[in-house]
Design a protein around this ligand. Structure first.
Ligand code: ZN
Length: 426
């Protein structure tokens, strides 16, 4: 097995730092915005007047846990097509409930609600932080992040000798973390982290996050074990590509990172909401586009919807299609589903092949077994909402929706290279 390439080594180091900076979707968009600021992009508040865009324009807008950034190529015009790299900033896990502090048998605990579809067992016995945002009574929002303060404890085997015959977790009773002994308070910890008094905090959007840093494993250190690979693997690939790739002349590159995908995307910052449509309309208006111009532009535009997928699992090979077997290290995947759980079609496959060839990156394909229901992504939602041609892609993982997922580092880097070719107009 070949060792990891120096380019992938450098990429994965930057990616791991991004994951550590992004314990919540709010932190993830802040980390993306910081990188964009450093590269000369200007942030636009949605309530401000946006300037008209011209060749070379670079900007972005934030909406809660979502971000849309754009980079215009030379000679952009009213009918310039867009190339959108779509992805999501959220990951399944746990969210702090209101009035979260309670005490049981002398233990201080925090009430949490399950967010999306995590593998519950993977969150047991981990060193967990709180991370997200708080909003004060005056309406000012602050990012917050504590150290490792919480743990969802397993039951000792001595108290349940049957546990290895099948673990069943009650979603309310067995998932509540301990945060100390009587008197400890999650709200108090968050107020301290935010630098405000607890009674100034009016609202919380706060998650549990695993505090263990991403780490390399494998005989050749070829894997990265990390939280939130679904879907920070795609967010970072899109950011890296947007910064690296000069857009094709007369085209606009767009990074669209949505929140709430793990819940079905139905929110103002989710892919079923109007955020992308709103930004596209404002960019079009800034180019002086007519209805005719906008329609012509859309017909030539593309969305590459990037989201993590499944590598073939060595211990459960029967769960996968018997012939299409995504391997770790063989490249990102084109994801195909006849029932439009993925938006890829034959034209999408053609675009994907061009991008992979241009990047010189290996790639493979994913399709589900007919016996196992297929997941979905933002791809079909964006295609339905905007009418834009869309192709679904992503890196192959093991243990998707675990608190700690696994990916081959060459696949991570491959996605960034292919995304760069997509932006460059391949
Ligand atoms: Zn995902």
């Amino acid at each position: 097995m070949a060792a990891v390439s120096p380019e992938a080594e450098r990429y994965v180091e930057r990616f791991a730092a991004f994951v550590e900076a992004s314990p919540s979707s709010f932190h993830a968009v802040r980390a993306v915005a910081d990188a964009l600021d450093a590269a000369g992009f200007s942030g636009h508040d949605e309530s401000d007047v946006w300037p008209a865009i011209c060749g070379g324009a670079r900007g972005y807008a934030l909406r809660d846990g979502a971000l849309i950034a754009w980079r215009a190529g030379a000679d952009v015009a009213a009918s310039s097509p867009v190339r959108v790299l779509g992805c999501h900033t959220d990951s399944p896990g746990f969210v702090l409930k209101p009035q979260s502090d309670f005490t049981t048998e002398g233990w201080a605990q925090a009430g949490v609600e399950i967010y999306g579809g995590p593998l519950l067992n993977s969150w047991l016995d981990r060193d967990l932080a709180f991370a997200g945002r708080v909003v004060t009574r005056e309406g000012s929002a602050r990012l917050v992040r504590t150290g490792a303060v919480a743990r969802i404890p397993q039951l000792a085997i001595h108290l349940d000798r049957e546990v290895n015959n099948g673990l069943t977790l009650a979603r309310q009773r067995h998932t509540q973390p301990v945060i100390g002994v009587a008197g400890a308070s999650a709200l108090g910890l968050l107020a301290e982290a935010a630098g405000v008094d607890a009674d100034e905090i009016a609202g919380l959007d706060v998650r549990l996050a695993d505090t263990q840093s991403p780490g390399r494993v494998g005989a050749d250190r070829e894997f990265l074990a990390s939280p939130r690979l679904d879907n920070l693997s795609s967010v970072f690939a899109g950011l890296d590509a947007l910064l690296a790739a000069e857009p094709a002349p007369g085209a606009i590159s767009i990074l669209a990172a949505f929140d709430h995908e793990e819940l079905g995307s139905e929110s103002r910052s989710g892919a079923s909401g109007p955020f992308l449509e709103d930004v596209l309309a404002r960019l079009r208006a800034g180019l002086g586009a007519s209805v005719e111009d906008a329609a012509r532009a859309l017909a030539e535009s593309w969305c590459m919807s990037a989201d993590a997928g499944h590598a073939v699992h060595p211990n459960y090979p029967e769960r996968h299609d018997p012939h299409v077997r995504p391997q770790p290290g063989s490249g990102p995947m084109l994801k195909i589903n006849a029932n439009q759980r993925y938006a890829s079609d034959a034209h999408g496959a053609s675009l994907w092949e061009r991008c992979c060839a241009d990047a010189g990156a290996p790639a493979q394909r994913f399709v589900s077994s007919n016996d196992v229901p297929c997941g979905s992504t933002i791809g079909p939602l964006t295609a339905t909402r905007i009418g834009i041609r869309t192709v679904d892609v992503g890196v192959p993982l093991l243990s998707m929706h675990s608190a700690r997922e696994l990916v081959h580092v060459e696949d991570l880097h491959g996605l960034a290279r292919i995304a760069a070719s997509f932006f460059a107009g391949a």
